[in-house]
Design a protein around this ligand. Sequence first.
Ligand code: GRG
Length: 296
Amino acid sequence: MDFPAELKRLSSEVERGIDLYLPPASTPPGRLHEAMRYSLQAGGKRLRPVLVLATARLFPPQSPSPDPLAAAVAIECLHTYSLIHDDLPCMDNDDLRRGRPTAHRQFDEATALLAGDALLTHAFALLATAYASNPSLAHALVSELADASGSRRLIGGQMADLLAEKNERITAADLEFIHLSKTAAMIEAAMVLGGLIASADESAIATLRRAGRHLGLAFQIRDDVLDATADSATLGKTAGKDAKAGKTTFVKLHGLEESQRLARAQSDAARDAVRELRGDRGFLLALIDSMSTRAR
Ligand code: GRG
């Protein structure tokens, strides 16, 4: 398998889906739809939607086989909303995202807030409409994404992260809760959405959850390492902002070397979980590898 070529193919499929499933920029009010597309079409690694597509095809095709593309776009809409809101002045107050001015810098704060709200809502509308012919699947997908992005996980993780800022007594367990909620929940959900679309059984779904959780933690530890070691131009977002904000990160808590060891251990655990699944796991295993060595 040619991993870079396959990643490019799946990423192009995601770009096509984004253009297909998002209202055109000319839809009134044009400024809002332009802002939604501005943030979503700025690039990004597309990890979560690629995971949906790659996980769905691990399992034998059903008849009829639901197309995972709408679910892939839905999770990217949700992820992008969280980035737009995270960059707002009341949160991280950041100027750079995906190599471009953040949404509130390019437009204004109210437009950015509304574009984030609209992407969040659109994610669920997309799942409800694209899978309407299979109501139990639509229900399972909506429940999964709602659970991963709600007050106990994504939003809860963001709240815990804000509360933890400048708190010098954050423990490794506190930090793990924040990152399991903020980062790993969405990566886990991406793999589970792919499994649900492919009618994976309960045991395979549990394995996908475990793989996603480990991959999510590996991804976040790598993110902390990059924040401490890479530059803003490479990252496409402001580097060094965790230390500046006084945030407790894996690097602050464990040091660089130990953080790199922890990231490797989480990647290994993700790979072990994926190897428990049947089907052609080559692409997913290579994707886990590429995430552990990524430069942005
Ligand atoms: C609900 C307001 C609100 C926030 C949710 C996800 C989140 C909390 C904030 C985003 C900022 C952040 C540092 C999150 C941790 C997860 C993470 C590393 C996100 C960036 O994901 P990438 O690197 O981004 O996949 P691209 O741009 O490549 O899609």
